[in-house]
Ligand binder design. Structure first.
Ligand code: SAM
Length: 251
């Protein structure tokens, strides 16, 4: 009887020891996973804080250049980020473009106008967002930015891009800003700018592209730089990546 009781107690003890070890191993495995996940999250938070800090730096420099009379809509996300807008303002002031063409209207249209761009033609495929830009510009007392709203047009069924009628007749573009159409509209959505607008540039034109951290937009920037042998390309490590393609000499 005593022996049987002892055997049961030993079996129970062995079971408890095995269970405790298994639990220990499981806790260790989970702790490893949690530690790795925490390290990854910490890395992501640090990166995001870096972006936020740089955007504050950019906003601080941008606002005195613009002398605004109304509130700005939110930047980042769909809208351009402050670091891109600051570059846009500086390039515009330096280049003093007679004709600026912009693909994808928004905050960038306001920054162009407030930085002294003379004639601005901005193409937008969206009635909703193009109209919002018009209203925003009006609230800032900016007149004369020609926002041309038209749904994307099919080019021989191969791709859709801004309608021909919206850029027909444009020539000697001094500043081309590529921030549309959205990549969700087409594969390589912005690539047709190479065929349709690069031939319309003036000899000393500057081209600025947003989002070149994305493969498609970087491919377009590289192709434009290749098509303009007298220009050089600078890639700025902005939040979304900015390419500035400008003449090798002069500007
Ligand atoms: C990247 S956005 C252009 C942003 C603009 N350059 C700026 O500085 O704000 C490209 C296009 O997306 C569209 N768009 C703007 N805001 C949007 C939103 N919240 N959701 C979906 N599309 C949007 C507009 O039609 C715009 O022409």
């Amino acid at each position: 009887m005593i022996l049987a009781g002892l055997a049961i107690a030993i079996t129970l003890l062995a079971y408890l020891v095995r269970s405790a070890r298994a639990l220990h191993r499981k806790v260790n495995r989970n702790a490893d996973r949690v530690t790795k996940e925490l390290a990854a999250q910490t890395g992501r938070i640090k990166t995001e804080m870096g972006h936020v800090y740089h955007q504050f730096e950019a906003v601080e420099q941008l606002l005195p250049l613009l002398k605004l009379s109304a509130p700005l809509p939110p930047s980042r996300g769909w809208a351009a980020s402050p670091d891109f807008l600051l570059t846009l303002a500086h390039v515009t002031k330096k280049v003093k473009p007679r004709l600026t063409v912009e693909l994808g209207s928004g905050l960038s249209s306001l920054v162009l106008a407030k930085s002294g761009a003379k004639k601005i033609v901005s193409l937008d495929h969206s009635q909703e967002f193009g109209s919002q830009t018009r209203e925003m510009l009006a609230s800032h007392g900016v007149r004369g930015v020609d926002i041309r709203i038209h749904e994307l047009e099919s080019y021989s069924g191969k791709y859709k891009w801004y309608a021909k009628s919206t850029f027909k007749g444009l020539a000697k573009i001094d500043l081309l800003v590529i921030d549309g159409p959205p990549s969700s509209t087409n594969p390589d959505a912005r690539y047709p700018a190479l065929e349709h607008l690069i031939p319309l540039l003036s000899a000393k034109a500057t081209v600025i592209l947003d989002d070149v951290d994305r493969e498609e937009e970087r491919k377009l920037a590289d192709a434009i730089a290749m098509a303009l042998p007298n220009h050089r390309m600078m890639i700025l490590s902005h939040e979304k990546g900015t390419a500035v393609i400008s003449p090798k000499t002069g500007r």
